[in-house]
Design a protein around this ligand. Structure first.
Ligand code: GLP
Length: 260
């Protein structure tokens, strides 16, 4: 696990976008797993700038989602499919066909979950999965006490996550209670995990995930078991890390031939 502490969320976005660009340079049709929420927005903005300046070609890239609300009507602006179309696909000029997603409107939800697992396998697996972290340590929508062995399935949101996400809806009651999420074992099959976090509100969750014990109650601590993880955080999100000095020194003296 590599922890990189950067001055602000713009630098965070640029570094993570650079990892995506490096991947696409070697594998133009890479499958990029994207996340919703505010944290990855600077990454999408940086990618859009790279595409706009002509230094990045994403035309063959494929995009897949981490999670999806259940119970929102198809096309609802806050369904994660719609959010990702708006924040990732359209700005990058990618067609709807580049997107692989889970169907939160399906009548048979266990089937929709199994279909999504299969779609990811058929697509060759996720090359790089971008992750945010919930204030309770969740990744995707794997809430505290999700099994490290979990696969894509239906989960119930905690009251805290529903409150955190209420800002996207007209009223807190509109936030769905149920979601489909890639499981922790599903997420862990991605070849490279890139977690981004900014702001003091994430400092505790980041410290528990990175320096705490492996514990299902902190789902993001499962990243400690993955062989290729980059945690890119700003100073505020790093403020609870005991080893921050070591992480800074390590990155400052990193050999230039080593990417993320
Ligand atoms: C939601 C998403 C997560 C995301 C989290 C944090 O719960 N399902 O993937 O990491 O929000 O969001 P934010 O970055 O807005 O704090």
């Amino acid at each position: 696990m590599e922890i990189v502490i950067v001055p602000d969320s713009t630098a965070m976005g640029e570094l993570a976008a650079g990892a995506v660009a490096d991947l696409l340079a070697g594998k133009p049709d890479a499958l990029i797993g994207v996340a919703t929420g505010s944290s990855p927005l600077p990454v999408y903005a940086a990618l859009t700038r790279l595409v706009g300046s002509g230094s990045l070609d994403v035309s063959r890239a494929r995009i897949c989602q981490l999670d999806e609300y259940i119970g929102l009507p198809a096309g609802h602006p806050e369904s994660y499919r719609a959010v990702l179309e708006r924040e990732v696909l359209r700005p990058l000029g990618l067609p709807a066909g580049a997107f692989i997603g889970a169907d939160g409107t399906a009548a048979d939800l266990p089937r929709a979950c199994a279909d999504y697992e299969q779609a990811l396998k058929t697509a060759g697996g996720v090359d790089l999965q971008l992750l945010g972290i919930g204030s309770d340590g969740h990744i995707g929508f794997n809430e505290p006490c999700s099994s490290f062995g979990s696969r894509t399935r239906v989960k119930t949101l905690t009251a805290q996550t529903r409150a955190d996400n209420a800002r996207f809806f007209d009223s807190p009651d509109e936030v769905p209670r149920h979601v489909i999420t890639q499981g922790i074992a599903t997420i862990s099959e991605a070849r490279h995990l890139v977690l981004v976090a900014s702001g003091e509100a994430k400092a505790e969750a980041v410290a528990l995930a990175v320096e705490g014990p492996l514990a299902a109650v902190v789902p993001a601590s499962a990243l400690q078991l993955h062989p290729h993880v980059s945690v890119i955080i700003d100073e505020a999100a790093a403020s609870n890390l005991k080893l921050a000095g070591y992480f800074r020194a390590t990155y400052d003296t990193k050999p230039s031939w080593q990417g993320l």
